[in-house]
Design a protein around this ligand. Structure first.
Ligand SMILES: Nc1ncnc2c1ncn2[C@@H]1O[C@H](COP(=O)(O)OP(=O)(O)OP(=O)(O)O)[C@@H](O)[C@H]1O
Ligand SMILES: [Mg+2]
Length: 250
């Protein structure tokens, strides 16, 4: 079997006496959409922070494309192909959708030139930024200030911002949180398109979306991965049902 594109080995994080992630192992294979589900407070966001480098792990290792990035700073992990979105919406409301993505393109390019004021350089940023907006179905809304967009559009915009770094592995923290039915269908459609060409680790509470999208599912409960398998295997797992899914998964 080929080396996983992302591998977590024995990861652990405490906040004081509270053990939030506890000896977490996970192997993400290239091209799969792998969902992590679990009850509120299970440690899912903390785990994503550990993978992205926002939080330092207390112990354990993280391998990205065969390289040990356990101690690498966040920007180094981004350079190696990791991108993420946040559970809480985090776009710049006063900037247009295009400007929000263009700023992320600029960050990727590492250039020091000013964002505004030079037409040809702006075009260098806007062209790839518009391509990212197209991927999430927001091209027609490129010039709308992010603050005026619907919640669902903002979540799509966050995906476009994450795409600006051309990631190989995308970490998504509840991209459907707070979206209505129609909006969530649009986000699911976007994720279905994206999963064809990148590896995705998806944290999500919306089980319909998880079971529609995921190739594999892992279940985190009180910091421990209690199961990993196909959606069908996880749905049928009695420990998972008792701990989390309940009868609604029947
Ligand atoms: N910076 C912090 N300091 C102290 N405790 C924290 C911190 N961040 C998270 N926690 C605690 O760690 C536990 C796991 O939180 P985390 O946000 O990772 O859970 P989660 O699985 O993402 O939950 P949710 O589904 O509600 O988003 C919770 O008990 C939370 O209160
Ligand atoms: Mg969370």
């Amino acid at each position: 079997m080929t080396e996983p594109i992302l591998r977590l080995e024995n990861l652990r994080k405490n906040f004081g006496a509270l053990v939030v992630t506890d000896h977490v192992d996970l192997a993400l294979h290239s091209g799969e959409l792998h969902a992590v589900i679990g009850p509120n407070g299970a440690g899912k966001t903390t785990l994503l922070h550990q993978i992205s480098g926002l939080l330092r792990s207390d112990s354990g290792r993280i391998w990205l494309a065969g390289e040990d990035v356990s101690h690498a700073p966040m920007h180094e992990r981004v350079r190696r192909g990791l991108a993420r979105t946040f559970q809480i919406t985090s776009v710049l409301p006063g900037f247009s959708a295009l400007e929000n993505v263009a700023l992320a393109v600029q960050a990727r390019s590492g250039s020091s030139f000013r964002f505004f004021g030079n037409a040809s350089r702006e075009e260098e940023l806007n062209h790839p930024a518009l391509a990212c907006l197209e991927e999430v179905g927001l091209a027609a809304r490129a010039h709308v200030p992010a603050g005026l967009m619907s919640h669902g559009e903002k979540r799509q915009l966050e995906l476009a911002i994450a795409l600006a770094t051309k990631p190989g592995v995308l970490l998504l923290d509840e991209p459907l949180a707070g979206t209505g039915r129609e909006e969530s269908e649009q986000v699911v459609a976007t994720l279905r398109r994206l999963k064809a060409r990148m590896t995705i680790l998806l944290i999500e509470h919306d089980m319909d979306a998880v079971f529609a999208l995921a190739d594999r599912v892992s279940v985190l409960v009180y910091g421990r991965m209690i199961a990993t398998g196909s959606p069908e295997q996880v749905r049928a797992n009695s420990e998972v049902r008792a701990a989390y899914l309940g009868e609604e998964a029947a």
